[in-house]
Design a protein around this ligand. Sequence first.
Ligand code: COS
Length: 379
Amino acid sequence: MNFSQNENQAMIAQMVRDFAEKEIKPYYKQWDADEHFPVETMKKMGELGLLGIFIPEEYGGSGFSYFEYATALMELGKVCGGIGLSVAAHNSLCTGHIYYHGSEEQKKKYLPKLASGEFIGAWGLTEANTGSDAMRMQTTAVKDGNDWIINGAKNWITHGLSGDVAVILVRTGELLDSNGITAFIIEKGMPGFSAVKIKDKLGVRASETAELIFDNVRVPQENVIGNIGEGFKQAMQILDGGRVSIASLSCGIARGAFEASVKYAKEREQFGHPIAQFQAIAFKLADMKTQVEAAELLTFQAAYRKNNKLGMTKEGAFAKYFASEVSVKCGNEAVQIMGGYGYTKEYPAEKFLRDAKLMTIGEGTSEIQKLVISREILK
Ligand code: COS
């Protein structure tokens, strides 16, 4: 494995850093305070090619691999976990689902718009009562002539309100039948489809989260992704890739917290010395840096396997589990190193910690990653 960045990764890292400096850093605190999802900023990232990073150029994407995708999310994570989460959900969940499992017509219809940012994408698996236990979902689609009628609700959906298109997983067969779930493409404005914003989140507050409500929503057969009954397994494969994106974002948050801690520790003086000179602080920095490096290695291992179409269920779970926990530890240590200042919004540490916490929950909790890993080990 090559441990250095390739030319494209270096280019995309620089591009994201430049973009973040101008378009995210001046505003992210306000977005966080207001729980504002900056749609215009998303559109600008679409113009830069960040909303179709691994989508081939023939569908309007950037044609990069998961290495460049992971790199972009790492850079975004250093600045704003909320914006990073939106880019991750848009790319690997909605856009990725249509790319990996959609028909040629669906790819031609939706991918150029998603990749350019003309459309913002959402993806709905979770429901109010079925998070980890995704298979037990209650939302149904019933055949009516050449259409399907969808009833139910999806919860905790990124871009549920502002999204122009959503891929949703709904029951078309018996409860708990792994072949009884199907993926549908839903478009904003379909009669009976509405959304309600979820407010007062702890972190990733610049990323919009909503509940999707389906009241007799009529969806044509042509909006079915793949075959009837394939949805659950499609979703599990999409989450395998999605977990690399959350791992990448976690690495970025962790590195951001680490870098802010180093800066602070070199500047802050106590007992007549910069606190970085005290082993109590220096060892914290050593632990943070070691964990960030290890998290990045696991993440790039998973990205490598994804790029090379090698099985990566457990590698995606290793990366997601480890990196997300590391991001929380680094956010927590950053607050501790900065002391009282770290506990205020004037310094970035508390936001790193708040944003990091979602990484251990979204796209499968740490406990679900351990379940996935242990099942893979023991099967
Ligand atoms: N790739 C392809 N197929 C997979 C798969 C994967 N990664 N993981 C599971 N499957 C298949 C299984 O092989 C099984 O197929 P058969 O029924 O034909 O044998 C089927 O899917 C059902 O799998 P399983 O029996 O493992 O389902 P469970 O309900 O026991 O649990 C877990 C599956 C818990 C792993 C799954 O529900 C899960 O990932 N939950 C978390 C969901 C999540 O991350 N939600 C967050 C969304 S936020 S965007």
